[in-house]
Design a protein around this ligand. Structure first.
Ligand SMILES: [Zn+2]
Length: 177
């Protein structure tokens, strides 16, 4: 019983935190690269060269997101029918500074995506690597100012036609870098 109460309390806290933070529009992961010259490296499995370039360039007015063979941010392409997600990013961090990151792009889930929709998934995952969290404020409030690339669902981003960083995404990155 006590355990259950504690659980409910934690859920309430998280929910309130979400509501309060929504005023700032973007959500942060609590880690960022030590410089605004952020780079990525394509693993040999990631042969969507132009797609990655376009995704990186979509962030370019705020940070550099260029390909560099020495980068500690590696993008992989997998094809895994057992996974529901189109992209997953893992970050290693020390004292709030990102030391390395990996993005896995699951082409299996994106078999019927357009080129632009694939690019938006990569750009969204790059957003995570930069330090932005998912922001599903639009799903709660359905207001246009909450439309952003960091909406955590491909379905909604594709439905809304969000393929590149929006005002809130840029505000978050400009705050960080
Ligand atoms: Zn996400």
């Amino acid at each position: 019983m006590i355990k259950k109460k504690a659980k409910i309390f934690i859920f309430t806290l998280v929910f309130l935190f979400g509501i309060v933070s929504i005023a700032e529009a973007y959500f942060l992961l609590g880690t960022k690269w030590g410089s605004s010259s952020v780079t990525y490296r394509r693993d040999a499995s990631m042969n969507w060269v132009d797609t990655c370039t376009a995704a990186g360039n979509s962030w370019s007015s705020d940070v550099t997101m260029k390909e560099n063979s020495a980068s500690k941010y590696v993008i992989y392409k997998i094809s895994d029918s057992a996974k529901q997600w189109s992209g997953e990013t893992n970050i290693s961090t020390a004292y709030g500074i990102t030391t390395s990151a990996t993005t896995k792009i699951n082409s299996y889930v994106m078999s019927n995506y357009t080129w632009t929709q694939k690019q938006s998934v990569i750009a969204h995952e790059m957003g995570h690597s930069l330090g932005l969290a998912d922001n599903n404020g639009y799903l709660l409030f359905e207001k246009p100012e909450y439309i952003c690339l960091m909406i955590g669902y491909d379905y909604w981003r594709n439905k809304l036609g969000v393929y590149t960083p929006k005002t809130d995404d840029r505000a978050g990155v400009n705050y960080l870098y």
